[in-house]
Design a protein around this ligand. Sequence first.
Ligand SMILES: Cc1ncc(COP(=O)(O)O)c(C=O)c1O
Length: 458
Amino acid sequence: MRTTKDWQAADAAHFLHPFTDFKALARKGSRVITRADNIYLWDSDGKKLLDAMSGLWCVNVGYGQQALVDAATTQMKELPFYNAFFQTATPPAIELAEVLAEITPPQFEHVFFSVSGSEGNDTVVRMVRRYWDLLGQPERHVFISRKNAYHGSTMAGASLGGMSGMHAQGGLPIPGIVHIEQPYWFENAPAGMSRDEFGLVAAGWLEAKILELGAHKVAAFIGEPIQGAGGVIIPPATYWPEIQRICDKHGILLVNDEVITGFGRTGQWFGCETVGSRPDLITFAKGVTSGYIPLGGVMVGERVARVLIDKGGEFNHGYTYSGHPVACAVALANIKLIRELGLVERVREDVGPYLAKVFAQLQEHPLVGEAQTCGLMGALLLVKDKPAGADRGTPFAPEREIGMVCRGHCFSNGLIMRAVGDRMIIAPPLIITRTQIDEMMGLIRRCLDLTLADMRAV
Ligand SMILES: Cc1ncc(COP(=O)(O)O)c(C=O)c1O
């Protein structure tokens, strides 16, 4: 049996981790996760952790679901692989396409499969540009996205994303992708402006950019209904309906990246239904298989699908594993389980509202400037002080690394929360119970108290 030290030595010697300072990790040693059940993980020292992040926003049905294991095993025995190129198909891929058309909003009848969310967004770029080419408008090739958006790590995904740290490496963004400011009230709204007013102002930045570029050059606007990796930025309720109005007015396509918000996370099957947009394309991944096996894709609305099908000829794009039969079989079992357990309704009517209620109570904590949730995603903004009468608190200096300090306490106390700057975020599995939410909230309070003590000690 290898010890934690053995694992860490081998890891440091050979494994370059994603989004990681390789040298720093080799020095510290990685945390090795060896086992999971329900909403809990265990590391190689046997320490139990409550996983308030569903892995990486993906394990929607929780760990240890036998139905998904059985689906993979059965499919692997029957047909472990065949591709969907050259006019072939496999039953799980066809059935999954059918089911996805059923659970997505009515404008969606077709799907293109990828393996990850990043590849899904690469597909979006190629497909949308192809659509406008076929309509005789090849100059409509620019994508408008937002700063602090996350759309993946491939060249197109990272370019669509608005992460400055990513753009600083490797000559990004690629041409034809531009960014507007995000709808983050705390940072971007002028003092005294209400959230609803700000939602309209932030949507107006899209229209200003369209007019600056010329609408005839704009292919599409892409956005996560709720920015996940950017820090669970929940836009004001006025934002998405106004974005939709602007896209309609200028005839540009709307793409919602639902890699995080899909499959029940916000209390509807898809986040667009929660925020009130009517996208032409949806990118999905993660929750489609609850992360048990990689699968992603793009739902293609009829406006685009009809052009690609009726006028398109061959679309020169695809992945070896587009529609992988084992991944599709697991996705089918996962969606069946979400339906059987009524998880979407549970998030909407039971655990989502309960989380909203108990999370809001954290607003009284001296460190918490803002506590917001939508369905089962939530964020706490940690602030230095909350002056009476001001509509928002004062941020900590970035060098205090308040988020990292708090995250350290979370790990030590058996809780996995993610830190994005000074925002502490959660997205627990959709099977979480009220009792488990209470357990999670107890841990969060303890970690906030420990963080506050640290901050006061310096
Ligand atoms: C909104 C969004 N889009 C795309 C991606 C990229 O997905 P993947 O890591 O599967 O390529 C992510 C990953 O976190 C995401 O959150």
